[in-house]
Design a protein around this ligand. Structure first.
Ligand code: DLZ
Ligand code: SF4
Length: 559
């Protein structure tokens, strides 16, 4: 019950009893005057009650932790209420990594405090509340009954699944429901659709250039500085272990986060991943400090070593801020402006600044555009008709392939892996082994702290698995062990020999790679970027091709 809901009847009854007791001893004129006063007090109380009634109930989702998100920006703390809810359905629609759950619930609880500090009244429903709710719809129905708002207001959902739910809310609640655009993104789904219209290929590079022009980021007038839009080719150096390698800033859990950690351990102890040590930032201030530390210590070398992988170095020179950006603790444009300023001040090289900004205003916006353009249905794309179940070692790390073991172990411990570990180790293996892309998609969505479907699905289905047949990527990201050897030191500690193509000791990526080429020869032959690899395969003697097929089959049989 709201305080204001109690206020009307209680105050009115108390006044009337007192007045009527007095009136019984007075004459009729006094009685009449008293009755008029009662009426007037009732009117004032009703007016106060009507004014205190909630105007908008503003639902803030777990990835909308931004005080200026459109739903809050359009609201008024004096008249509106905020609703936030921890929901079992959201924790389990894929079984999210324990650290991801703790991160999000802790960030949500801290955000509710931040909003209260800004004058908002927040109705925050915890998972361990006496009457918790499973879904957004249930939480909202219940809150509408409690607050009886005139309208419901919400910023559009990041995932199609939730957007679909929202479409029914107005009819279900019998209330107007305002769904406002999520203007934390720089390009709207409608703008992306207009950009995509009539194009044969949707290449990120051209979209990215438009975004550079639109934002003015890294622009000298009409031209890119250094005469080049994209320095990707300079960003592929292998790294050496360095004693002074920076680490992302760590944030010890406070009392609120400790409470969440206990909750997640108790309720979701069976989910994948290590809950502790927990070191993510869970407030805006700490996320901003983590970003500032990255700009200071890691960004200068981020460009050069973006694609490198090293044993015992899960983070290298990466920012590890995607989990903050994607739930709203950091603002994409603001972080890009800070990176540009660091470059203009001569503190970081251009290839580092450009590489970072490309990820944020280019790739991140582009994959979101693809997501909304192609959903629903995109999640079931399966161009190569791959149906093999996801091997157990994606959960257990129990494999002799040292690269896969390292990346899965790190994923289990940190709910983090950088893009090349995701793309060229776990993604590449799944593509070569013919794993069902939907199963892989659910794995990525559940295990990474930054993963929401709008960003993860196009990266998995389009970029990594080529399951959309080339809408997003210009060629399949398939590679043999040679690529992993070039970009990492993983092979030095592996039971397999990266130089051997076939046989029980050969690196499984090698036979699987050539077998993948052979299996999909017809489809790959249509892609000019695969011509060189097809020619190489065609030069193999028939008995070598036979050995490749047998080695690949023998390995796949062990999965
Ligand atoms: C990812 C997530 C999780 C695990 N839990 C919650 C939650 O309990 N409450 C909530 O509001 N949001 C959560 N989220 C984020 C949502 O899944 C996300 O807002 C939707 O997928 C829409 O993008
Ligand atoms: Fe991975 Fe093959 Fe290198 Fe082993 S040899 S680490 S399996 S690429």
């Amino acid at each position: 019950m709201l305080e204001e809901e109690n206020a009307g009847p209680v105050v009115g009854d108390q006044v009337s009893v007192a007045q009527l007791q007095g009136a019984g001893r007075r004459n009729a004129i006094e009685l009449h005057a008293a009755a008029r006063r009662i009426l007037s007090i009732h009117r004032q109380v009703s007016l106060r009650y009507a004014m205190a009634q909630v105007r908008n109930l503003i639902l803030v989702l777990g990835d909308q932790l931004t005080p200026t998100v459109s739903s809050l920006a359009s609201g008024d703390p004096a008249q509106d209420r905020v609703l936030m809810a921890e929901l079992d359905d959201e924790a389990c629609y894929v079984r999210h990594h324990k650290k991801k759950l703790a991160f999000l619930f802790a960030a949500m609880r801290h955000f509710a405090e931040e909003l209260r500090g800004r004058g908002w009244t927040v109705d925050y429903v915890k998972l361990d509340a006496p009457h918790p709710h499973a879904s957004f719809t249930a939480a909202l129905c219940d809150a509408v009954a409690r607050h009886r708002p005139q309208r419901v207001r919400v910023t559009a959902a990041g995932e199609w699944r939730v957007a679909h739910m929202m479409a029914d809310w107005s009819a279900q609640l019998r209330l107007p429901v305002d769904i406002l655009a999520d203007d934390r993104f720089l390009s709207s789904p409608a703008e992306f659709k207009a950009w995509a219209h009539g194009r044969k290929q949707l290449r990120m590079e051209y979209f990215y250039r438009d975004m550079r022009r639109r934002t003015g980021l890294l622009m000298d007038g009409e031209q890119p500085p250094g005469g080049q839009w994209n320095f990707d080719a300079d960003n592929r150096k292998p790294a050496n272990a360095d004693l002074f390698m920076p680490r992302p800033r760590t944030h010890p859990p406070d009392a609120i986060t400790e409470e969440v950690l206990a909750l997640v351990a108790a309720r979701y102890g069976e989910h994948f991943g290590a809950l502790t040590p927990f070191w993510f930032a869970v407030t805006r201030v700490d996320a901003e400090a983590a970003f500032a530390a990255f700009v200071e210590s890691a960004l200068p070398r981020f460009g050069d070593y973006q694609d490198a992988m090293l044993d015992d170095q899960p983070f290298l020179y990466h920012a590890v801020i995607a989990q903050y950006l994607n739930c709203g603790l950091l603002d994409p444009l603001q972080v890009c402006r800070a990176v540009e300023a660091a470059w203009r001040a001569g503190r970081v090289p251009l290839n580092a600044a450009e590489g970072f900004i490309r990820q944020v205003i280019g790739w991140r916006e582009y994959v979101r555009g693809i997501y909304w353009l192609k959903m629903p249905g995109y999640e079931r794309s399966n161009h190569f008709e791959h149906h093999r179940p996801l091997p157990d070692f994606y959960w257990t790390a129990d494999t002799a392939m040292h690269c896969v073991k390292t990346v899965v172990t790190q994923t289990r411990d940190e709910a983090y892996a950088h893009h090349i570990q995701r793309l060229m180790v776990t993604g590449n293996f799944a593509l070569l082994a013919g794993i069902d892309p939907h199963a892989l998609h659910e794995w990525y969505l559940s295990v990474y702290a930054d993963a929401y479907e709008w960003v993860e699905l196009p990266n998995t289905v389009g970029m990594s698995q080529f399951a959309d047949g080339g809408l997003l990527a210009s060629k399949p990201y398939a590679a043999s062990g040679a690529y992993i050897k070039r970009m990492s030191n993983y092979c030095e500690s592996c039971a397999y020999d990266v130089k051997q193509r076939c046989g029980p000791r050969a690196c499984p990526f090698n036979a699987l790679y050539w077998d993948f080429i052979a299996r999909h020869r017809d489809s790959l032959a249509r892609n000019p970027r695969m011509a060189q690899m097809l020619r190489t395969y065609d030069k193999f003697a028939p008995d070598e091709r036979q050995r490749i097929a047998e080695s690949a089959q023998a390995f796949l049989a062990t999965l």
